[in-house]
Design a protein around this ligand. Structure first.
Ligand SMILES: NC(=O)c1ccc[n+]([C@@H]2O[C@H](COP(=O)([O-])OP(=O)(O)OC[C@H]3O[C@@H](n4cnc5c(N)ncnc54)[C@H](OP(=O)(O)O)[C@@H]3O)[C@@H](O)[C@H]2O)c1
Length: 262
């Protein structure tokens, strides 16, 4: 299937590894020019090199911390300087720490708010005028935790709901020029999942990585955790004209893990 995004420009945040990286890869392989981002410059450079091996369009990396407003301005300005416009904005950022409510400090709440929600607000504020010029799309990578709360992830369960409220509101306010959708990944084998399993091992809940992976797969009808490419392909589809009648949707990509009917 031709996604029809060749020559378009995509800004994919939080994309030097994991789900953002897989989304950038899918878009770059379809011929889009892609800007990837992360905080660690060495990791970012390595990811750019890797992506260029299979990309049809151009790939560059811009380092920025998405919890900081000035960094977001720098990221968008850098994208415009290089490519002149932005057709697709894909928002992704590292997840908050795994904690119970009673162990969560006030500053961690504000940190999660800045990183998960305000980063999306600011990215949209900075990019919307460019997205409006063409048939712009926004895809927010969030979590299946917006459908069903996940134990020990109080910050994710709470703050990400704000992103869904924002996505739905934007899908109405920015229509018809810009389409806005969200993807809700379930357990997908990235550094983030390795980190969550390590935290469970530290808490003494499980003894090793394999046990952690098996535990996560237990309640998944497809009987395994997902691979990042499986999420990246859905993101590329939502950016493309193949999804031209979709806006305001929050799409689970979770192997059937969520039991929610809607
Ligand atoms: N993997 C899953 O199973 C899963 C499931 C549901 C939801 N999610 C959510 O999806 C998102 C991506 O997850 P992932 O598994 O792909 O994580 P990951 O492998 O840890 O990748 C996170 C990416 O975001 C970058 N990043 C982190 N914090 C940043 C910041 N403040 N500013 C700029 N870039 C930042 C990281 O690079 P630097 O560290 O160098 O900045 C990295 O490129 C997270 O919010 C996660 O909670 C993941």
């Amino acid at each position: 299937m031709d996604l029809g995004i060749e020559g378009n420009t995509a800004l994919v945040t939080g994309s030097s590894s994991g789900l953002g990286y897989a989304s950038a890869k899918a878009l770059a392989e379809e011929g889009a020019d892609v800007v990837i981002n992360g905080r660690d410059t060495k990791k970012l450079e390595k990811a750019v090199k890797e992506l260029r091996k299979t990309a049809s369009g151009k790939v560059i990396g811009i380092s920025a911390d998405l919890s900081k407003e000035e960094d977001i301005v720098h990221l968008v300005d850098g994208t415009i300087e290089e490519f002149g416009t932005i057709d697709h904005l894909v928002t992704c950022v590292g997840g908050p720490p795994s904690k119970k409510f009673t162990a969560t400090e006030e500053e961690e709440w504000y940190g999660a708010f800045d990183t998960l929600l305000m980063s999306v607000v600011r990215l949209v504020q900075e990019t919307q005028r460019y997205l409006k010029e063409g048939e712009g799309t926004i895809v927010n990578i969030t979590s299946i935790s917006v459908k069903e709360s996940i134990d020990d992830l109080v910050l994710s369960n709470s703050v990400r709901m704000g992103v869904i409220g924002l996505m739905k509101t934007l899908s109405r306010e920015l229509a018809p020029e810009i389409r806005v959708n969200a993807v809700l990944p379930g357990y997908t084998e990235t550094e983030r999942v390795e980190e969550l399993i390590d935290q469970s091992i530290e808490r003494g809940d499980i003894s090793d990585y394999r046990e952690g992976l098996n535990g996560l797969s237990e309640n998944i009808p497809l009987q395994r955790v997902g691979q990042p490419e499986e999420l990246g392909d859905v993101v590329a589809f939502l950016c493309s004209e193949r999804s031209s009648y979709m806006t305001g949707a929050a799409l689970p990509v979770d192997g059937g893990w969520s039991r929610s009917n809607l």
